[in-house]
Design a protein around this ligand. Structure first.
Ligand SMILES: *Cc1c(COP(=O)(O)O)cnc(C)c1O
Length: 419
């Protein structure tokens, strides 16, 4: 490599990942095959349009790449249509709004401070500015308050309801959500960005058959490149022609929202890497992986609760834990810093009804997807929980934190990043 500055930084980041414990629940470590596709010549190619219908010549191979990605996504999730072109999760969600509602329409999503995503109607996001966004939340117990949500739907009659979260440790009841959306004939959108790998593994119920549209990033538990999928059922027609808004037309509405609605050329290297990740996710080993993520999270939850930590909802059903540190006399920002010094990467997070500000909230979010990729199991989760506890007790004491870090670095030698 000729650019020695960037080469050094890539090496430093790779070492940081290899020698640390990555516990941000939205992160993961991709395989060498995924990285190879991402670094390929496919990045050079323009191919606006869809396979067989492109505005550029020379698309015979990228057409096949995109078809493979679409077919693998369809069969893995069990839907009849997949769009694989959205550049990432946020643009995928933007495409759903673009396809199904108009500016000024009422839309609904889980509030960010209760674990939702910015694109689900946060006031400073396009979704909160361009639409009349109504936000639902969890109850005091941290569980989604379905009754309050149903009442809010009755009161405000949204045209579209986003369900999905970045910091929610429990399972979504898709049937119940469908029946709530049906009370005002709203489109139900399942944003399974965090949990799509668990859904594939059968470790979280699938929204297929309940949600009208499903969006997911491909780089979280799905363990692929940064990117997104938009999944639905219906009759695909020629995406070059506009169609009426209806459930039957969902595939065409979504495809047309991506292009010409929002994007230009697809990122073919990314599409190829998504196809690779989807094939990996179709192997039996991936099912084991997804189930182990949840086992590890449950084990870590037990270890921390036994040490007196308070978990929002009192535990977890999925890949993440939301720890309320109030009773331990430490803030989320202080915890993030202490753990970082000890070689454990986490992020601070608000807890439901957080009295503190988002820049220094009361909690942290801990996830097991990346550690599970590296081969850690329940036994190792015991050790990870011990380190977390020591590090939080040692906040501000750099010598103690450095000593934990040395242990962490030594430990990671036995759990290399994927080849
Ligand atoms: C991560 C995430 C997104 C956005 O994905 P980006 O790729 O960061 O744009 C959207 N919704 C949910 C629920 C997410 O977790």
């Amino acid at each position: 490599m000729i650019d020695d500055e960037i080469e050094a930084l890539i090496a430093a980041e790779t070492t940081r990942q290899a020698e640390g414990l990555e516990m941000i629940p939205s992160e993961n470590h991709t395989s060498g095959e995924v990285l190879k596709a991402l670094g390929s010549r496919l990045t050079d190619k323009y191919s606006e349009g869809y396979p067989g219908m492109r505005y550029y010549g020379g698309c015979e191979f990228v057409d096949k790449v995109e078809n493979l990605a679409r077919d693998r996504a369809k069969s893995l999730f069990g839907v009849s249509h997949a769009n694989v072109q959205a550049y990432s999760g946020s643009p995928a969600n933007m495409a759903v709004y673009y396809a199904l509602v108009d500016p000024g329409d009422t839309v609904m999503g889980l509030a960010l401070y209760f674990g939702g995503h910015m694109t689900h109607g946060l006031k400073v996001n396009f979704s909160g500015k361009w639409f009349n966004s109504v936000q639902y939340q969890t109850g005091r117990d941290g569980y989604l308050d379905y009754d309050a949500m149903a009442a809010l739907v009755q009161e405000t009659k949204p045209k579209l309801i986003f369900v999905g979260a970045t910091a929610y440790p429990r399972i979504f009841d898709w049937a119940k959500l469908r029946s709530i959306a049906d009370t005002c004939d709203a489109y139900l959108i399942a944003d399974i960005s965090h949990i799509s790998g668990l859904v594939i593994a059968g470790a979280h119920p699938s929204p297929v058959g309940f949600a009208d549209v499903i969006t997911t990033t491909t780089h979280k538990t799905l363990r692929g490149p940064r990117g997104a999928l938009i999944l639905c059922n219906g009759n695909p027609s020629n995406p070059l022609k506009s169609v009426e808004r209806s459930r039957e037309n969902l595939p065409t509405l979504i495809d047309r929202a991506i292009i010409p609605g929002l994007q230009g050329g697809p990122h073919n290297h990314q599409t190829a890497a998504i196809a690779v990740a989807l094939r990996e996710a179709s192997q039996p080993a991936f099912k084991e992986y997804g189930k182990q993520i949840v086992k590890n999270a449950k084990k870590l939850a037990d270890v921390l609760m036994n040490k007196g930590y308070q978990l929002v909802t009192g535990g977890t059903d999925n890949h993440l834990l939301l720890v309320d540190l109030t009773s331990k006399g430490i803030t989320g920002a202080e915890a993030e810093k202490a753990l970082g010094e000890a070689g454990i990467t986490v992020n601070k997070n608000t807890v439901p009804f957080d009295p503190r500000k988002p820049f220094d909230p009361s909690g942290i979010r801990l996830g097991t997807p990346a550690l599970t990729t590296r081969g850690l199991k329940e036994t190792e989760m015991q050790q990870v929980g011990e380190w977390i506890d020591y590090a939080l007790q040692a906040k501000g004491q750099s010598a103690k934190l450095a000593a934990i870090r040395d242990e962490v670095v030594a430990f990671t030698k036995d759990y290399p990043l994927p080849a």
